[in-house]
Ligand binder design. Structure first.
Ligand SMILES: Nc1ncnc2c1ncn2[C@@H]1O[C@H](COP(=O)(O)OP(=O)(O)OP(=O)(O)O)[C@@H](O)[C@H]1O
Length: 609
């Protein structure tokens, strides 16, 4: 990648390589659809029909778990809902084109509604990751128990069988289910490689960073849950139509766990791994469970443990890595990736959506913060203008980081008012504070470890440039300030490097560039030079001065390095025991006896104020 103001034309070699997989899949699909059902034995065709439908559900598990990090046991419940929507309608209302359409509508709408409710409970703002997993674990248990207790209506433990369905041959069902799996796989493949799909990986890597980049993580997860629920339900509907038998086990917890095992064995976060894993394991189970009923369970359990211990990423990634090493494709691939696109300067869109920009970029009025009985901030009052670099200093535990949190997240403070550009942040979450102009850089470099520099920068632009669900843009538009940080630190030459491979200083710079990509006008920096070398510190200082002077930024800087603070600040606030003890110019603070006493731990501030 290079920096340019002109869009680049896609490299044909790269385009060819990108198309290789979908073209290969399409060819395999054609073989499956038109040849396989005529040449394979009937039993295998029957087994594969079921495996294809299970594989489609496994893809939804992979998207939720492998790509987004949501450990879900609940996809079986949606499969069961779809299957029972068909079985109940055909049993109690009768079969016909109209009722089939109605059953399909019920399957999809019902699953989406359940997913919406479950998704909200699991992922509402404030819900922990564990809470989400527990809810998805409870869902199949509740659904299967409801089916068990449904009496003759649901068929209880025997389920429903013998209802009328579409009069199609086995070959036709094979082609329909294989086509369904291909469409779902291709759709998922396009989505996870798109710019929107990249957000899933960002959420898996670092949910907190996503929220502070203005991404509504809860909404993304709920929407994903709804879409994945609909696909799983569709697979269940087809399953009931083909098999003409349903049972509560198909909606149960055991099936939900089995789906996780297939995804883990195939290789989560790969799409194809779970498909291959599910098809192979489910078909072999059909063959071997009859002849080796107990031994087969034991063998598959042992295989699962071995793969998880020896190849935690699953079989497909392990296999691909071995092939890549053998063919020495790795280096060529990264060279090809390096030519994928370009950076350009974005049209500035400062504070889009805000009615007016006030005289003060930030105003903090009588802010208090308590943790239980511990009073951490007491009546904090100050205002900052654009073009001001205000440093917040004070001994350890003075409340500096807590104050930064209160400015970037409306839910943090106990009382008081905070305004960003004349807008009261009220109790707004971080994503809303970002929209009001705040950009927060954390104390420790808070980046997306598995994303490359370019990918991380693209994710940072999500709020201002909604990403495509289908495509990956070859040109990345960034505001001047972010580009300057990338250039000054040399990150523009490392756009294809994964963040985890960057040095600590580079990670700090990357996080700063990501925050600047939000086009904030209130920049909150918590110890940006922590752990940096002297040279890196000087470089960051120069960048901050430049940002304050040339981009009308209001910078609020928490720092322990007093020399650094003296060099770059336009004003300094000294915090001690949760109170402002001095708010003045650099000279005033440098010459203050009170500040010396505070740092020496001599006397409480109230004694001198
Ligand atoms: N989540 C929390 N629960 C309880 N107490 C907390 C919590 N977070 C911070 N505190 C307490 O609040 C006080 C202020 O902490 P804070 O991190 O804001 O200080 P600081 O000035 O940033 O310190 P440092 O310079 O060491 O980072 C400390 O006494 C800390 O122990």
């Amino acid at each position: 990648m290079n920096i340019s103001t002109q869009p680049v034309v896609a490299n044909p070699a790269v385009t060819r390589r990108r198309l290789a997989l979908p073209v290969g899949l399409a060819a395999a699909g054609i073989v499956l659809l038109f040849i396989a059902p005529d040449v394979l034995p009937t039993y295998l065709v029957n087994t594969l029909i079921r495996a294809f439908l299970y594989a489609a559900v496994a893809i939804t598990v992979d998207i939720l778990w492998g790509y987004t990090g949501i450990l879900t046991f609940g996809q079986s419940a949606f499969f069961g809902l779809g299957a029972y929507a068909a079985a109940l309608t055909f049993t109690h209302v009768g079969f016909g084109p109209g009722t089939a359409l109605m059953a399909f509508g019920i399957a999809i709408a019902g699953a989406m509604l359940v997913a919406l409710v479950v998704g909200w409970f699991a992922f509402h703002p404030g819900a922990s990751a564990l809470y989400g997993s527990v809810i998805t674990l409870v869902l199949p248990i509740v659904v299967s128990q409801l089916l068990y207790s449904g009496g003759s209506f649901t068929g209880s433990s025997s389920g429903l069988a013998g209802f009328e369905s579409f009069d199609l041959s086995l070959e036709a069902w094979f082609r329909i289910t294989a086509g369904f799996l291909l469409v779902i796989t291709a759709g998922a493949w396009v989505f996870v490689r798109s710019d929107a799909g990249r957000i899933l990986e960002a959420i898996r890597d670092n949910e907190q960073r996503c929220a502070y980049l203005g991404i509504n993580v809860s909404r993304v997860k709920i929407l994903l849950m709804v879409a994945c629920g609909a696909v799983a339900s569709c697979a269940g509907f087809l399953f009931a139509c083909v098999q003409m038998v349903v049972a509560p086990e198909y909606a149960g917890f055991a099936f939900g766990t089995e789906l996780l095992m297939w995804v883990a064995l195939g290789g989560r976060g790969t799409l194809l791994g779970p498909v291959i894993g599910t098809v192979l394991l489910d078909s072999s189970t059909s063959y071997l469970s009859g002849s080796l009923p107990f031994l087969w369970k034991l063998l598959s359990g042992v295989a699962f443990v071995i793969v998880i211990v020896a190849m935690p990423q699953g079989l497909l990634p392990a296999l691909l890595n071995a092939v890549r090493r053998w063919c020495r494709l790795g280096t060529r691939r990264s060279a090809a990736r390096a030519r994928e696109g370009a950076l350009r300067v974005a049209e500035p869109r400062p504070l889009a959506g805000l009615a007016s920009v006030g005289r003060f970029a930030l105003s903090v009025e009588d802010v208090h913060k308590r943790f239980g009985s511990l009073q951490v901030l007491r009546g904090i009052d100050f205002k900052v203008r654009p073009n001001e670099l205000l440093s917040l200093i004070g001994p350890n535990g003075a409340g500096k980081t807590t104050l930064m949190k209160c400015i970037a997240d409306g839910a943090e403070r106990t009382s008081g008012t905070i305004r960003l550009n004349d807008h009261d942040i009220l109790r707004s979450p971080p994503a809303t504070c970002v929209a009001l102009g705040a950009g927060r850089k954390f104390q420790n470099a808070n980046v997306f470890e598995s994303l490359t520099v370019a990918q991380a920068m693209r994710v940072s632009r999500t709020r201002l440039e909604p990403p495509s669900l289908l495509r990956r843009a070859s040109v990345l538009a960034l505001p001047d300030a972010a580009l300057e940080v990338l250039r000054a630190t040399g990150l523009d030459k490392q756009l294809d490097v994964a963040s985890r491979d960057l040095s600590h200083g580079m990670k700090q710079a990357l996080e700063l560039a990501m925050v600047l990509a939000l086009e904030p006008n209130v920049l909150l920096l918590d110890e940006p030079t922590a752990g940096l070398t002297k040279a890196e510190r000087t470089q960051i200082g120069a960048i901050l001065l430049d940002l304050t002077r040339n981009y009308a930024l209001c910078v609020l800087l928490v720092e322990h390095d007093l020399d650094f603070v003296h060099e770059i600040s336009s004003r300094i606030i000294v915090l001690h025991q949760g109170q402002i003890v001095l708010d003045g110019s650099v000279e005033e603070v440098v010459n203050s006896e009170l500040v010396r006493e505070v740092y020496a731990g001599a006397g409480a501030p109230g004694e001198h104020a």
